[in-house]
Structure formats: structure tokens, C-alpha cells
Design a protein. Structure first.
Lengths: 245, 185
């Protein structure tokens, strides 16, 4: 779509650029929400930075470890700025571990920080979704619907736009709930549940899915598991807090 | 006890919701199952420089005057590397490309594509400077660059043995990263 954005003399790839904007926007909004709740907003910027660094380093560490045959002869190349040499799922795991360590070391309430972060993350998902759409990260399934977009000679579903619209609605829901009485941790699990539900519903609009176990879409299976975990967590939160959701 | 009694209907509500989600979600996943023959047959898709699509065909003349087509290498993993003499990251990665070609050239075909339409430099001198021995194609009218939607240099396109695009990477690659990609091609 718009793989590169030109700003003056500079030409910047749209997906990484908007991903960075999304990350910054998520931190900024989370910090504002934290301050609204009487928590020092700097903690949220610190957590974001810890997550970013831990994600990059952890993801690279895992990639190099699992491809050691290639790196054994030239271990210093593990330090190269090759953005794709990062194991993404492990990067996310390392990022969350870093956030949890920060929260405990600073004696913050994990559930409250998770709620505050969820409001920011929902905004980040909207901006990141626009970046994925502009950068044509993955293609939509072919369609003849009138709102199809043409990518590489084929009319396709604007699948990333569907996910972005869903993210915008989810952001609206969280924005509404954040000022309503709710038990700690509820907003975080609400974000997980709603986003997982959206990916479960919308994944068929993407072309070329990664599959497991005889053709089941990996994203859908992961989303269903995440949705079940989130609903179970919300039930537990309601039971433990005695506050009706 | 009173609290527990109050909570029971709430838990029943959650259990019903979970049951509905599991059933409807499971059915939706089954309905959208991708038959194995379709997921393997990416050949039915239009060629595009996007992961999972067949790599767009190119047929160009190499620096030593040979006509080379990408499809000639079907059955072997290919790294298509777009570059220009004026591009500093291209200079930085060329020794690694050559070292990779020298060491695992039997496992991975490296093909350079010079962006000749945008390159006023001396291509032969560049190749001599780095001792490049892998084939380098000239793209004088930008046909290959357009087919691969090249907007930044260098760009490396990893193509698997079935001719399917595995990854498009813009920026300098190094030998370790290239070698780490080979098993999945």
C-alpha cells in the first residue's frame, strides 16, 4: 500500500516507523492513565523501556541460541543490526518477564499496572494495525467484494484494516471501562479476551495462514486458547474480588 | 456462606460463557481449516515479493554475458540480492555474501541483481574489489526492481527450493544470518 513514507528528504519504511509510534503512544497513554490513578507515570515509561530492551536482547539471544551452527564461526555477528534475527514469541516472553521484575522490584501492584498498560496497549494495537496495513505485512485473502484492495495484481480483503477496526472498537471499550468501577486486573484480561476474539474471528480474511495439526490456522488456535485463559482469569478475578463484572 | 451462594450463579454464568466460546470457537476453526493440499500449493497464488507467494520470475543478462532466469534454479534455495555500487550497506555486506557463496554455495544459490537503471558506478570494478564470484545480473530498465517492489537497498529476497518467497529483508545481511536461514529454505 504505502510501504515507505517520505518525510522531507527522508524515506522511512512505514511498518517499523508506525510500530515505533505505536509503542511510544502506548507508553504515553499508559503513563497518563497511571497518573490519573495516582501512580508515577515514569514507571510506565521505565517499564516500556525495560520491555523494549529485554525483548530485543532476549529475542536475539534466543535466535542465536537456536541457530548456533550458523553463528558459531562468527559469534560477533550476533550483535549485528539485522532486525529479523529475533525470535519473536520469545522476545515477547522476555519483555513480559522484564516488566514483571520491574513491577516487583518497585513494589507496584502488578494487576493495576497491567490494567494501566492495557489501555495504552489498545491504542498501540490501533496504530500498529495501520502500519501493518500500509506496509502490506501479510496479504488478505482474495475477494470480489467492492471494498477489496488490489495488492500485487489481485483484489484482496484489507484484512489488516479489519483487525485495526476491531482494535479501535476494543480501545473504545477499554476507554469506557477505565473510569468505571472494576476489580484490578480486569482491563488487562478484557483486552486479551477481546483481541483474541477478534483474531479468532478475522484470521480467515488473511491469505496463507501458518497451520498446525492438519490445516488448522495457528493464529486461530492460539487466539482461542488465549480467549479461554482470559475468560477463566476474569471469572477468577470476579470471584476473588467479590465485585461483579 | 452467603457470599459463596451469591457467587455460584456468577460462576455458572462464566462456565456457560466458556462452554459457548469453546464450542463456537472450535467450530469456527474447523470451518476455516485449510486443506493440506491448498497450504502446500502456494503455486496457485499470483507471484509477489511477499512471504508465501511464488517469487516473480526474472530473466536478465549477467555481467559475464550469460542469460540467467530465476526459474533455472528451482529445486535449490536462492538468495536474490539487490544492490548498487553507491550504496554503503551494499559494500558492507558484499564480503559476507561472497564468503557465504564460497563456503555453502552448494546449499544456497546467491544471485546479485545490480540496480543498473539507478547505478552510474563501475560495476565490474566493484565486483573485482570484493572478489565476487557468484552471478551478478544487470537490470538496465528496472524490470526486476519493479517486479520485486524494491524501495530500499540493499534488499535480500530469500526464496525456498520450491520457488516460494520466504523472506524479504531490507538492510545489510551478514553471513551468520544468511546461514541461519538456509535450513528453512
Amino acid at each position: 500500500m504505502l510501504t515507505y513514507i517520505s518525510i522531507g528528504p527522508a524515506t522511512i519504511p512505514s511498518y517499523p516507523f508506525l510500530s515505533l509510534i505505536a509503542f511510544w503512544a502506548a507508553m504515553w497513554l499508559a503513563a497518563k492513565e497511571a497518573e490519573r490513578r495516582g501512580i508515577d507515570g515514569d514507571h510506565l515509561y521505565n517499564i516500556g523501556l525495560y520491555m523494549f530492551v529485554a525483548g530485543i536482547l532476549g529475542g536475539r539471544f534466543w535466535y542465536v541460541l537456536t541457530h548456533w551452527d550458523a553463528y558459531a564461526d562468527a559469534p560477533l555477528q550476533a550483535l549485528a543490526l539485522t532486525a529479523n534475527a529475533i525470535a519473536a514469541p520469545e522476545a515477547v516472553l522476555f519483555a513480559f518477564i522484564a516488566a514483571i521484575v520491574y513491577v516487583y522490584r518497585n513494589k507496584l501492584d502488578l494487576a493495576t499496572i497491567a490494567d494501566v498498560g492495557a489501555v495504552g496497549a489498545a491504542l498501540g494495537l490501533v496504530i500498529g494495525g495501520i502500519g501493518a496495513f500500509l506496509g502490506s505485512q501479510t496479504l488478505g485473502a482474495p475477494t470480489t467484494l467492492p471494498w477489496a484492495i488490489t495488492q500485487f495484481g489481485e483484489a484482496r480483503h484489507p484484512a489488516h484494516l479489519y483487525v485495526t477496526l476491531a482494535a479501535a472498537i476494543i480501545f473504545g471499550v477499554l476507554w469506557f471501562w477505565r473510569t468505571k468501577p472494576h476489580p484490578s486486573g480486569f482491563l488487562f484480561w478484557l483486552l486479551i479476551a477481546l483481541y483474541a476474539g477478534a483474531r479468532l474471528l478475522l484470521d480467515p480474511f488473511f491469505a496463507l495462514p501458518a497451520t498446525i495439526g492438519g490445516g488448522y490456522r495457528m493464529v486461530q488456535v492460539a487466539a482461542l486458547i488465549a480467549l479461554i485463559v482470559a475468560l477463566a482469569a476474569m471469572a477468577r478475578i470476579e470471584k476473588d474480588s467479590g465485585q461483579k463484572i | 456462606m452467603a457470599t459463596t451462594a451469591k457467587q455460584q450463579p456468577a460462576m455458572v454464568r462464566w462456565i456457560i460463557l466458556l462452554g459457548v466460546v469453546i464450542i463456537l470457537g472450535g467450530v469456527w476453526i474447523i470451518l476455516n481449516r485449510v486443506p493440506a493440499e491448498n497450504s502446500a500449493a502456494a503455486d496457485t497464488l499470483a507471484p509477489a515479493p511477499v512471504k508465501g507467494h511464488p517469487a516473480p520470475e526474472i530473466a536478465l543478462i549477467s555481467t559475464d554475458g550469460q542469460k540467467i532466469q530465476l526459474s533455472d534454479f528451482r529445486g535449490k534455495p536462492v538468495l536474490l540480492n539487490f544492490w548498487a555500487t553507491w550504496c554503503p550497506p551494499c559494500r558492507a555486506e558484499t564480503p559476507d555474501l561472497q564468503a557465504t557463496h564460497r563456503e555453502i554455495g552448494d546449499k544456497l544459490v546467491i544471485i546479485g541483481v545490480n540496480m543498473t537503471s539507478q547505478d552510474g558506478g563501475d560495476v565490474d570494478a566493484f565486483l573485482r574489489e570484493f572478489g565476487v564470484t557468484y552471478p551478478v545480473l544487470l537490470d538496465p530498465d528496472g524490470t526486476a526492481a519493479r517486479a520485486y517492489n524494491i524501495l530500499g537497498l540493499p534488499t535480500s529476497v530469500f526464496i525456498d527450493r520450491n520457488g516460494i518467497v520466504s523472506e524479504v529483508f531490507t538492510g545489510a545481511v551478514n553471513k551468520a544470518y544468511i546461514e541461519s536461514k538456509v535450513p528453512e529454505l
